[in-house]
Design a protein around this ligand. Structure first.
Ligand code: NDP
Length: 246
């Protein structure tokens, strides 16, 4: 059942996070939106509320623990509990290793790894107290298969895969009843390519996305499925991409 579930979504200001917020809210979820661009969050939350749904938002930089703690606090203050944490915020400044874009390596580790850890740390005590909760995360096919330019990004997404699987196992062993779902998207048309600073790599990836990319609504649909799953069932993972992408 999705109706009345309280769902926190990181990276809700565009792409997959925005599409998921709109879909889950249309199914009756109470969505709590976080990202750095508060103006975009406001527009999305206003749309949802005007359409009869429930949404609140708060500026969130996932690289800080205080922001992650604050958005969980907002969810509990407004809606009394948290049912789902969708750890979705991410960046993909791909580059070849020889370019030595070390600042971007740090940024990816901060957002894609530490952001996920801080999000979990913020919500886990609530899930343990409630004796229930669901963590959904956006990994990537880049976490399953290496490709040139994706050394660090793929590493961060492999981390997401490993992290969530360990959470699932430890939760089962400890009896905390936390369900996990890992999503591995392929080419999805969002703003993500805008994080690539290398023009030749950006051009090459844009061509792939122009040819194959599909709507973020497709990923929202699998999140919907996972949230809707019976409480005794974990949907461990989805790999989702364009039907015609090799
Ligand atoms: P978008 O760029 O459209 O969305 C990324 C979101 O992350 C934005 O809402 C952005 O918001 C947010 N974000 C970035 N940095 C931070 C930060 N420091 N703190 C909080 N929020 C942040 O791309 P997608 O929707 O595609 O990306 C969503 C996830 O999907 C990412 O984890 C990405 O790696 C993953 N993914 C995407 C694929 C694709 O083909 N599009 C394929 C595989 C995985 P703001 O800038 O406002 O902070």
């Amino acid at each position: 059942m999705i109706k009345d579930k309280v769902v926190i979504i990181t990276g809700a200001s565009s792409g997959i996070g925005e599409a998921t917020a709109r879909l889950l809210a249309s199914r009756g979820a109470k969505v709590v939106l976080g990202a750095r661009r508060a103006d975009k969050l406001k527009t999305i939350a206003d749309d949802i509320v005007q359409g009869g749904g429930e949404a609140v938002y708060q500026e969130l930089d996932v690289t800080t623990q205080t922001d992650n703690n604050a958005i969980v606090a907002l969810a509990k203050e407004k809606f009394g509990r948290v049912d789902v944490m969708f750890l979705n915020a991410g960046i993909m400044p791909n580059s070849s290793l020889s370019a030595l874009k070390t600042n971007e390596w740090h940024q990816m580790v901060d957002v894609n790894i530490k952001g996920v850890l801080y999000g979990l740390a913020a919500v886990l005590p609530t899930f343990v107290e409630q004796k229930s909760g669901q963590v959904i995360a956006t990994s990537s096919v880049a976490g399953l298969k290496a490709y040139p330019g994706g050394a660090v990004y793929g590493g961060t997404k492999w981390f997401v895969r490993n992290f969530l699987e360990v959470l699932r196992m430890e939760s089962a062993m400890e009896g905390t009843n936390i369900r996990t779902t890992n999503i591995y998207p392929a080419a999805i048309n969002t703003e993500l390519l805008g994080t690539i600073s290398d023009p030749s790599l950006s051009d090459a990836m844009s061509k792939i996305y122009d040819q194959y990319g599909i709507s973020p609504d497709r990923i929202a649909s699998v999140v919907e499925y996972a949230v809707d799953a019976p409480e005794d069932t974990t949907i461990n993972e989805f790999t989702v991409g364009p039907a015609n992408q090799p």
